[in-house]
Design a protein around this ligand. Structure first.
Ligand code: NAD
Length: 372
């Protein structure tokens, strides 16, 4: 069985789906690993490093592979190059990528979307969302620190004392907690808020202060640990209660998401207006529309003197470690699908069934099908 790793073609994408270190994990299973020349270049993995680990270099990877490991969803033109009946594993963005999903079904491709992996203990090593959120949370703080016209730590120097930066993190899930830890390590004074009350302890254990807002969350969390959407009235109150935290902050990093929905607007224009000029917002919810009303996804804008960065595909800006983490989750999942070197799909198993989007000519994921 040929496992193909193509070079990513999406603009700005520097990650690769397989890193050299993990090639032996596949060749040991008797698999033939075919890597497109230059596939790892953007992430710092030269072609020779794959060959050293037992992979073959080549072209026409999509056309020849039985299984394709990718990062970004394939372009429609790339779907047509996949072998009929082949298998694809990647981040397929199934909810806003109808044309690709339909094309994959029509081509008879068995497509797994890593974002749909159930977040259960058994699947922890396959949890690509946590892996990529870890990168994004860390990097968002570095982006903010490099753009803020101030130091992060308290400095006492002969040229004067500099107060530490104040950082406010909204949403303390995987990305938010990583951002808190990183901002603390840089010496900032950090506050954070999340609608899930269970998070308070985690925020405090990282040395940050949990913002106690006088607004009660109802039914904050679903059984998977994700936030549930709140009422319009709740969001209005939340904005009001958060205003003073946002105004006092030098840096705001909103990461608040509700699965399957547009990100809630938590920072209004008036709240931006009340911030000090030179302050920075790095909106990690930009791909889902943004938590700040003034965010322009993929763009940097200055509004009322505040720099608002609509950060998209942040993991790709740290491609080496992001690829290593991504590749570990993908190979761990792929290993789960193998039995004696062959694909063995047990559709009764939630780890196999959960991320399965298209199979034998149909869209088989109920929620994705409903969205189409
Ligand atoms: P996410 O990216 O969907 O959301 C980010 C954060 O935004 C969440 O913490 C959410 O509560 C918060 N949020 C939503 N609306 C908000 C609002 N109005 N104001 C403030 N915050 C708001 O979530 P995530 O980081 O991917 O994961 C969230 C949680 O899922 C984790 O903290 C954990 O409990 C659970 N999880 C479980 C596993 C597992 O293997 N069991 C793995 C990963 C995550």
């Amino acid at each position: 069985m040929i496992v193909g790793v193509p070079r990513e073609t999406a603009p700005g994408e520097r990650r690769v789906a397989l890193v050299p270190e993990l090639v032996p994990k596949l060749t040991k299973e008797g698999l033939d690993v075919l890597v497109e020349a230059g596939a790892g270049e953007g992430a710092g993995f030269p072609d020779a490093s794959y060959v050293d680990k037992g992979a073959r270099l080549g072209s026409a990877v999509l056309e020849s592979a039985d299984v394709v490991l990718k990062v970004q969803p394939p372009a429609t033109e790339e779907v047509e190059r996949l072998q009929e009946g082949s298998t694809l594993v990647g981040l397929l963005r199934p909810y806003d990528n109808a044309a690709t999903i339909k094309a994959l079904a029509a081509r008879g491709v068995t497509a797994f979307s890593m974002e749909l992996m159930p977040r259960i203990t058994r699947a922890q090593s396959m949890d690509v969302l946590s892996a990529m959120s870890t990168v994004a949370g860390y990097k968002a703080v570095l982006i903010a620190a490099s753009r803020l016209p101030k130091f992060f730590p308290l400095l006492m120097t002969a040229a004067g004392n500099m107060a530490p930066a104040r950082v406010f993190i909204i949403g303390a899930g995987v990305a938010g907690l990583q951002a808190i830890g990183t901002a603390k390590r840089l010496g900032a004074v950090v506050e954070a808020y999340d609608t899930r009350p269970a998070v308070k302890e985690q925020v405090e254990s990282l040395g940050a202060r949990f913002a106690e807002l006088a607004v009660e969350t109802k039914d904050a969390e679903d059984k998977g640990g994700y936030a549930k959407a709140q009422s319009e009235e709740f969001y209005r109150k939340q904005q009001e209660m958060m205003s003073r935290y946002v105004a006092a902050a030098d840096v705001v990093i909103p990461t608040a998401l509700v699965p399957g929905q547009r990100a809630p607007i938590l920072i209004t224009e008036a709240m931006v207006q009340a911030m000090r000029p030179g302050s920075v917002i790095v909106d990690l919810a930009a791909e889902q529309g943004g938590n700040c009303a003034l965010t322009e996804p993929g763009q940097e804008v200055v509004r009322h003197g505040v720099l608002i960065i609509g950060a998209t595909n942040v993991p790709s800006t740290m491609p080496q470690h992001a690829s290593e983490m991504y590749a570990r989750t993908v190979t761990s999942f792929f290993a789960h699908l193998l039995k004696e070197g062959k694909l063995h799909l047990d559709l009764e198993d939630e780890l196999t069934r959960g991320p399965l989007v298209t199979h034998q000519g149909d869209v088989v994921h109920e929620a994705v099908k409903a969205r189409l």
